[in-house]
Design a protein. Sequence first.
Length: 246
Amino acid sequence: MIEEYPRNLEFIAQERYIGSYLEAGSKQILISSARTLMSDIKNRRGKRPAEWSFSIPQKHPLTFKESDSKGLRLQIGISCEIEGTGDDIKKHSILMRVWSYNKDICYRDGLDATEIKDKLECAGWKRVMLRFHIDRRDPNAGYPEPLYHLQVGGDSEDCENCWIPKKINVPRFPYPPMDLILLCEFVLVNFFPRESEDLRKKPEWKSLVRKSQEIFLRNYFESCQKHLNSGTETLLGNSVNLPKGV
């Protein structure tokens, strides 16, 4: 199943899918990453099951064009790092950042420091207002967290001038795993709802999304259903890992 994934990623980069919604250069970033994954899988085909990895770095994210959402100039950037062995996902980390270019949103006169104002002015009033991490639990985590979870915030880079303090790294909400294709569908629905309506109705688009659902969501929801039917533990209790000493 995972062997089809690189081709699916290349498909969505086409203009008739999300290509027309991406900033210049992002389409090639996606295609290049998909081809690297394809080569990775082919080169390790002799090893069963094959190990593979797919990544789009935070410094060069998949960047969507500006979205005029309720009069706000917003831009979405997605980066990811996913690793697996065959169809078994070992590492899963997705980051979505929401940038704003609105001066009156990015800077609060009378509340924010002048130093922040100077930085934002030099950056064209570009500031990360929201950060969302969708991760698989780190096996070496020193605190309890759900196997798959959503975290608001995280370790931001200095260039983001992020609204959310770095030191706030809890809580982690139970959340289903999402890959790049599922998150692209999410971006279209939330930030380009009218423009993408026809695309999201097309059988070809739905087919690509369903394939990612099969790869990344089926096992998760089957596990949830199993725990719901067990009747001995809560869903969150089954999902949370309690490290030694906690």
